[in-house]
Design a protein around this ligand. Sequence first.
Ligand code: 5GP
Length: 207
Amino acid sequence: MAGTIPEEEELMKELQERIVQDGKVLSASVLKVDAFLNHQVDPQLTMKIGQRFAELFAGEKITKVVTIEASGIHFAMATSFALGVPFIYAKKKKAVTLTEEVYSAPVHSFTRQETYQISVSRQYLSKEDRVLIVDDFLATGAALVGLTNIIKDAGAHLVGVGAVIEKSFQEGRGLLEQAGVRIESLARIESMSPEGIHFIEEEPARV
Ligand code: 5GP
């Protein structure tokens, strides 16, 4: 309809506005969004994000959505609900209940300056799977590269990555693109400082 903003643009705008209003730039590289994204969570916004990822990857015959605990879980849940498939969250610590064989990969956390092992039970990923990875942030890409290695080990097909916020000035996108991975980020931050946040303005993909 003439004069109305398409839904995908509305969501991008809403997300950008929330990042500006409720986010806090802690340094040139760290954005705190725990008022609405990854500590206190806005469920309506989360469900819209899941719906959007499902639309962007519609037709890809996705069988599983995969994320890492903890801050990707609600986005994976919303996306998998919209797609009607299960989601898996990679565990950061091996639980005593995780008795079966696992796929695992090391992830170096630059925010915590430590390397940890992520793991997924071999029971839940196989070469028949078509996987969409979803996470809250695409930053250095370390976490998502770890996940892509797990998916490769399982022989599953990686359809792409959906990130809610991408800090485009960090190397994550480049790393994943080099590996030929399709990336859809809903808010792309070009630069940020306590004075302001600059987004990469682009036409949202029409699906
Ligand atoms: P990576 O650097 O591996 O791409 O990001 C790993 C994880 O660190 C993300 O999934 C996210 O949970 C967290 N992270 C990275 N950058 C930020 C940031 O600027 N703010 C917050 N709140 N979390 C971040």
